[in-house]
Write a protein that binds this ligand. Structure first.
Ligand code: NDP
Ligand code: KPL
Length: 306
């Protein structure tokens, strides 16, 4: 496995800016390309892109002008933008490219595998960051980490060590985890709960810290994921639920999950990734998910005019 040198990011939002700026500050320079379409290119150059009030000098590349493929592609778009992003990123992918999806949920990797081949995908979960983007300004205080690895602890995958060695060089916080199916589901459980509930109850973390309808709805939605996980052989338990409640209780009350940020910005949310997936899995396994059905309906209604 060759050393990773050429890297591209598609999706210059909260996570894309955070990792893009980090890589630039750690010497990636001309080896980092930000994939954009023409409209975004013009907008980003006109308005600038800022990370914690510092201007970012990214090297933008449009798909039509792609000259080289990359060793590592980081996908950091929202779920609604995934299909187009995969089309735009295609010229940058060759048979050796490693692809990591920073998207929440349990669906993006399967979609990417179908598009580019399963051997290219390294499973990844973005954990613990508090990145928030408004307009062209992104702020964060906690960088969190990327957990990545395989589904199977016995699988030997040289791509994992190539990514780890690149992240070491670039000082990107990470953890290798070879039970990634569990990691993806565990994070899915918290997102289904907190992302959807803060959106529907139009609140920040303060709204789910106090006991009341919003917090109870969040927990009930997470419990439905726990039931689905059993049918899928993952077996999330009360311990996982309480782990996440503790994490959530420690978050800045003024902060908000990415889905609530979408709603504040008047953008379509990732509802299909969360309750949309729960409803589909509920149908598949004959498990009822009334709280997720309620959240799905509420969110769809809120998004009617977008
Ligand atoms: N924010 C967070 O703290 C966390 C987010 N996540 C997950 O990570 C994923 C990304 O989230 P986040 O960074 O918040 O998302 P954002 O909405 O902040 O950013 C997504 C960016 O993708 C850009 N984009 C969309 N389509 C394309 C395309 N075809 N080409 C180039 N750029 C494109 C958009 O550009 P433009 O703005 O110009 O339209 C937007 O800036 C989501 O799945 C989220 O759930 C996971 C953990 C934490
Ligand atoms: C866990 C949480 C809520 C914050 O990082 C997240 O993943 C998000 O905002 O989408």
């Amino acid at each position: 496995m060759n050393e990773i040198r050429e890297v591209a990011v598609i999706g210059l939002g909260a996570l894309g800016i955070m990792y893009g700026k980090h890589l630039m500050d750690h010497g990636a320079q001309e080896h980092l390309s930000i994939i954009v379409d023409k409209e975004r290119l013009e907008r980003y150059e006109r308005e600038g892109v800022f990370c914690n009030d510092e201007v970012c000098s990214f090297h933008y590349v449009i798909p039509e002008k792609c000259k080289n493929t990359v060793d590592l592609l980081l996908i950091a778009v929202k779920f609604n933008g995934l299909e187009q992003a995969l089309k735009d990123a295609a010229p940058f992918v060759d048979e050796n490219t490693i692809i990591m999806s920073l998207l929440n949920g349990i669906s993006s990797e399967e979609i990417i595998k179908e598009r580019f081949g399963s051997e290219k995908v390294v499973y990844c979960v973005a954990l613990g960051m508090d990145a928030m983007k408004l307009g062209n300004q992104m702020h964060y205080t906690n960088k969190g980490l990327l957990a990545f690895g395989t589904f199977d602890q016995y699988e030997k995958n040289p791509k994992i060590s190539a990514v780890a060695s690149y992240f070491d060089r670039m000082e990107i916080p990470y953890r290798i985890d070879n039970n990634m199916k569990y990691q993806l589901w565990s994070k899915f459980m918290v997102n289904v709960g907190v992302n959807q509930t803060t959106m529907v109850y139009e609140t920040n973390y303060a709204g789910i810290h106090k006991d009341g309808e919003a917090r109870q709805t969040m927990i009930a939605a997470m419990r439905e994921v726990m039931e689905l996980s059993k049918a899928e052989g993952i077996n999330l338990t009360d311990e996982d639920l309480h782990y996440w409640l503790e994490v959530l209780d420690g978050l800045d009350p003024e902060g908000m999950p990415s889905m609530r940020q979408d709603s504040v910005r008047g953008q379509k949310s990732e509802v299909e990734l969360f309750s949309g997936t729960c409803i589909a899995l509920g149908n598949k396994h004959g498990i009822s998910v009334p709280v997720n059905e309620y959240l799905y309906q509420q969110i769809r209604t809120m998004e009617n005019n977008i």
